[in-house]
Ligand binder design. Structure first.
Ligand code: MTE
Length: 319
């Protein structure tokens, strides 16, 4: 992965948190009223509400488990300091360029080792899903981190519906690849499309979520609209954005970063401060918006939940 210079992000965390709390109260009130407003984006949970910025608020979001009370990064940090190489390599490029991505309609192809393969419309997949707020730490392999209030739901709820066969051992996630909408894919930085993968038990783990929003609103394109993964114990590159296909496989899938630089990016890519990246240390991280670096925790602090997934594995070898 290319190393990007810090973009000198100004932190306005305290103000944003207050705004956020006000917004949450607003969403709660609005959700009950289910105000219909004709704005872009798809309707979630049966109601649709617009903020001044033009994004949709997501009604009926319930607080989810595994939260942290660490200070949240501001909405501005989370939406303007991004990795989404399909829109450029600079941290600011996705927020400048990703508006060109068309996210409606959106279809996800499900195939491979499942009883119910199909091209599913996103609205159909989201019907009946309970959306939760999951406040997770996000640790990028580049050694920066954030705390993000995602809105999403366990990936396992969809996987159960697709009914994987007994031969399904892994899930491969392919993301959108649209040269006419994505200026970054004209450069061969990676072998496009961006593909990621998980072992089936990792995909079924309750911490693993599909994300459709953050800070109570539908995702902006730079964060992976309309739907992306989030596994908080793994380096951020595993959390593929704008997913268009899920394939259930017997074999471990090839993944974009692992294929392009296998000596630097493993398949598992669990956050591990004892295994340095060949070009930099992973012992500490720079929390965006803070001055001092902080220690990186094994499994990004989620070891109690996930360590048992890797019992008997040499975590240095299976990085
Ligand atoms: N997904 C796609 N399709 N393309 C990307 O370049 N970057 C990854 C991941 N998902 C990436 C992607 C990396 S390196 C990180 S750290 C996270 O997205 C960043 O997510 P964020 O921009 O929402 O913080």
């Amino acid at each position: 992965m290319l190393i990007q210079r810090p973009a000198g992000i100004a932190s306005s965390e305290i103000t944003d948190e207050q705004v956020y709390l006000n917004r949450r109260q607003f969403i709660r009130g609005a959700a009950g009223a289910a105000v219909g407003v004709a704005t872009g984006g798809f309707a979630l949970g049966g109601g649709r509400v617009a903020f001044a910025e033009g994004q949709d608020a997501i009604p009926n979001v319930t607080p989810g488990p595994f939260g942290t009370d660490e200070t949240l990064n501001s909405f501005d940090d989370i939406t303007s300091y991004n990795n989404y190489y399909e829109f450029g390599l600079d941290k600011r490029d996705p927020s400048r360029n990703a508006h060109t991505l068309t996210t409606e309609p959106w279809t996800i192809k499900v195939d491979g080792e499942v009883a119910k393969p199909a091209d599913y419309h996103l609205e159909d997949l989201l019907k009946g899903v309970t959306l939760e707020e999951r406040v997770y730490r996000l640790r990028c392999v580049e050694a920066w981190s954030m705390v993000v209030p995602w809105v999403g739901f366990p990936l396992s709820t969809l996987i159960d519906r697709f009914e994987p066969t007994g031969d399904a051992g892994f899930v491969e996630f392919t993301t959108a690849m649209r040269p006419s909408e994505m200026p970054g894919v004209r450069r061969q930085v990676l072998d496009w499309p961006y593909v990621e993968g998980l072992r089936l038990d990792e995909a079924m783990h309750p911490l693993t979520i599909l994300v459709v929003g953050l800070y109570g609103k539908t995702l902006l394109n730079q964060n992976g609209a309309p739907i992306r993964l989030m596994m908080p114990w793994k380096y951020g590159f595993k959390s593929a954005k704008s997913i268009v296909q899920m394939r259930f496989t017997r074999e471990q899938p090839r993944t974009a970063w692992n294929t392009s630089a296998p000596q630097e990016y493993g398949f598992y890519a669990n956050v591990n401060p004892t295994v340095d990246h060949p070009r930099w240390s992973q012992k500490s991280e720079r929390r965006i918006g803070r001055f001092f670096r902080q220690e990186t925790l094994m499994f990004n602090g989620y070891g109690d939940q996930v360590a048992s997934l890797y019992d008997g594995m040499d975590l240095r070898r299976f990085y």
